[in-house]
Design a binder for this molecule. Structure first.
Ligand SMILES: [Zn+2]
Ligand SMILES: [Zn+2]
Length: 734
């Protein structure tokens, strides 16, 4: 009887304590908050009226809060109500969401007076008791900050979005009461945080939601659901090496009524001078091309002007020709006004790929200065015309032109930027493609690679006499093409580099080719990167401790050892699989050049004072150690969700392990080949062939980042298929 009474009493108490929660948010032009939350297709993110943009994102933020609150707080979902009246309800706990632009209650409360939020993404969270109920204010500087404030609030309650989808979420083991003493203000360290990708790729919304919930905000527009991504407060990007091919191809049709050409009279008047190079329809295809109208606009190569532009290769336009620069810029700005780039916030302003050979080689271009000096002249014209488009109300949001600092234009400028260069709406993105991960970026002992990049970076960011004083965007390479989503672990590297880049002035950060599914061991990289980009002062040790404790609750010790072994195994990834500035393994097979000329990668364990990275035998030992630790975790694991996470880790690790063994046997085969030891070379070939067959079976875990031509299976991903065929001819037969 007494027991029953106690149970009844407890039930009664619970129902009283979990009184209704009301979430107050502005629904803007939408019929309800629930509808506003999914109204991205009814929202115009391109016009100057931001009312609907703000309502869409903030209503979505409200539904996110309502969805996840019951995971942490003792309340039922049906007891959470939305209210768009902007008036305090008489009873119950209250959440006030929004910014000063959307929610008048925020301005009126004394708790939010003197708020200083530095960026649209900044937020203030405060909660207090008021007449026996709890008021929580989540104030964003704008809609971005409101959304991020909600996620921060959920994080503080123990709701964490660590990996992708349901199995990636971590919820508190015990439910608590609403906190009543929060006083948080946060501003982002990096303003842009995310990924740069291209190709026709279709990540699902699980990945995008994971990004938003981790305050990541940078993704591409091409073939993507732009409005959905705008709702999630993303900045969108486009551009790349194919700008010339797509928008200023010498062979494409001249868009004006050329005074000397018949049959184009319906086109707009030609704003350019005719010049001496008019050729008419020289190839008789019935249309006047850019090249036929103005040969002098295009690249000078091998003694003549060329039409050669194929995808990423060819010749840039003639930057010293002012009309060419105007037309190039006009074509690009057209994309922002009414073409492919209407949703683009940051344009990757790249020339064709590779070195100086892809640039116009005429004497006038050479006289302009270095290739970096030249690219600023090209960008300047785009920035000027963009400003005109903004002033005319044709583009209503900020567009940033991010000039590529890479290959021929990686060195800082040698002369002042063009007059009036718009630093407010531009940046440079520094791309250290061959950087080494055995060493942190600032590590002075990496003289063969990272120090070379550091010196270039210093030229861009330090010294009173430098010519560039604008914003620095970093383009990292955690999954550069050749890494092929192998199980590389960057715990130490990110912990040091992300604050290091920040300290030399970087405020924007992306990396190329993120995997968008089946992360396995990549989860730790994605999680740590997101946390550090938001707050470079965050304690990486604590983030990682929490990661292993919460994500692998029953095997945290052995799983951590697995990750640490894997991190050591993957430290030389650039040397063994891609390239550092002083070493590339792949191009040494079947050649006369020395196999191991750099400290970065030797066969036996060696420790030179400079450029020392894990060597081949050390890598294999670490892979074996990692195997033992994950095997132990799988034996000990007693949590079904953790088991799913570990199995995905195992799959990604297994792919990497087979890749390391494939390379190990290819190296040994090459060593026996060089020693003319046919017996041992044939023996190694058999082992190599075995790994080739195993790698061919791995498809799903390779094809996770983009439609890259070599990523069709694990063997393609070795990028050593040609070398394999050669070895097969030599040693593949009895
Ligand atoms: Zn030129
Ligand atoms: Zn190094």
């Amino acid at each position: 009887m007494r027991l029953i009474f106690t149970v009844l009493f407890t039930l009664l108490w619970v129902s009283v304590s979990s009184a209704d929660i009301t979430i107050l948010v502005n629904k803007g032009p939408f019929a309800s908050i629930e509808q506003g939350a999914v109204a991205e297709d009814q929202t115009n993110f391109l016009d100057a009226d931001l009312t609907d943009d703000r309502a869409c994102t903030e209503c979505f933020a409200a539904t996110e809060l309502a969805q996840f609150l019951p995971k942490a707080i003792d309340i039922k979902k049906e007891n959470i109500k939305f209210d768009a009246s902007m008036k305090m309800p008489a009873t119950g706990d209250v959440f006030i969401l929004g910014s000063r632009k959307t929610n008048p209650l925020i301005e009126s409360l004394k708790q939010t007076k003197n708020a200083k939020l530095e960026n649209d993404q900044s937020y203030r969270i405060c909660s207090y008791e008021d007449n026996g109920r709890i008021i929580t204010i989540i104030e964003g500087a704008d809609r971005q900050g409101t959304l991020y404030g909600v996620y921060e609030y959920l994080n503080r309650l123990g709701v964490n979005f660590i990996g992708l989808g349901e199995k990636g979420m971590v919820f508190p083991t015990k439910k608590t009461a609403l906190p009543s003493d929060l006083a948080i203000v946060e501003n982002p360290s990096y303003f842009t945080r995310g990924f740069w990708s291209w190709y026709d790729r279709k990540p699902d919304k699980i990945f995008f939601r994971w990004m938003a919930r981790n305050k990541l905000n940078f993704w591409t527009t091409e073939n993507q659901p732009a409005r959905y991504l705008k709702k999630l407060a993303f900045k969108l990007t486009a551009g790349g090496h194919d700008i010339h091919k797509n928008y200023f191809n010498p062979l494409s049709e001249y868009p004006f009524n050329h005074p000397l050409y018949q049959g184009d009279e319906d086109k707009p008047d030609d704003p350019y001078t005719v010049g001496d190079n008019y050729q008419g329809d020289a190839n008789n295809d019935g249309m006047l091309s850019y090249y036929e109208a103005h040969k002098e606009w295009f690249g000078f190569k091998f003694g003549k002007r060329t039409t050669y532009v194929r995808d990423w290769q060819g010749s840039s336009y003639c930057i010293s020709n002012k009309d060419a620069g105007k037309e190039f810029a006009r074509r690009l700005v057209e994309q922002f006004v009414s073409g492919d780039w209407q949703y683009v916030d940051v344009l990757n302003f790249w020339m064709l790929d590779g070195d100086y050979k892809q640039w116009c080689a005429c004497e006038k271009c050479k006289a302009l200065g270095s290739h970096t000096d030249q690219i600023f002249i090209a960008a300047n014209e785009v920035l000027k015309q963009l400003k005109q488009a903004r002033d005319a109300g044709k583009v209503n949001h900020r567009v940033e032109i991010s000039v590529i600092a890479y290959a021929a234009s990686i060195e800082p400028p040698t002369k002042p930027l063009p007059d009036g260069y718009d630093l407010e709406n531009s940046s440079i993105t520094f791309y250290p493609i061959c950087r080494c991960y055995a060493h942190n970026m600032g590590d002075g002992s990496c003289t063969g690679t990272n120090q070379i990049y550091v010196n270039q970076l210093k030229g861009w960011t330090q010294g009173q006499g430098r010519y560039y004083k604008g914003t620095l965007f970093i383009g990292e390479y955690y999954n550069v093409s050749s890494i092929m989503t192998m199980p590389v672990v960057y715990m130490k590297s990110m912990s040091a580099d992300i604050p290091w880049y920040y300290n030399i002035g970087a405020r924007d950060f992306q990396y190329m080719h993120t995997p968008t599914k089946l992360w396995g061991t990549w989860t730790v990289n994605q999680h740590l990167m997101a946390k550090l980009l938001w707050n470079v002062k965050a304690d990486a040790t604590k983030i990682l401790e929490d990661y292993f404790t919460n994500y692998y609750p029953t095997t945290s010790k052995t799983t951590r050892k697995f990750y640490e072994a894997l991190e050591f195994a993957s430290a030389s990834i650039k040397a063994i699989k891609h390239s550092t500035l002083d070493y590339n393994l792949r191009c040494r097979f079947l050649k006369k050049t020395s196999l191991f000329p750099s400290g970065h990668l030797q066969y036996y364990e060696t420790h030179p004072m400079l450029n020392d990275g894990p060597d081949v035998v050390e890598i294999i030992q670490a892979v074996e150690l990692a195997q033992r630790h994950i095997d132990q975790s799988l034996l000990d694991c007693s949590d079904p969700i953790e088991q799913q996470r570990l199995l995905e880790d195992w799959e990604r690790f297994d792919y990497g392990k087979k890749m390391y063994y494939f390379l190990y046997h290819m190296i040994r085969l090459e060593m026996f080949h060089r020693a003319d030891d046919i017996v041992m070379a044939k023996h190694e070939f058999k082992l190599l062939d075995n790994y080739k067959r195993q790698l061919e079976q791995i498809v799903e875990y390779v094809d996770v980042f983009c439609e890259y031509k070599d990523a069709y299976n694990g063997f393609g991903a070795t990028q050593c298929t040609k070398q394999f065929e050669e070895y097969e001819k030599l040693y593949g037969h009895e």
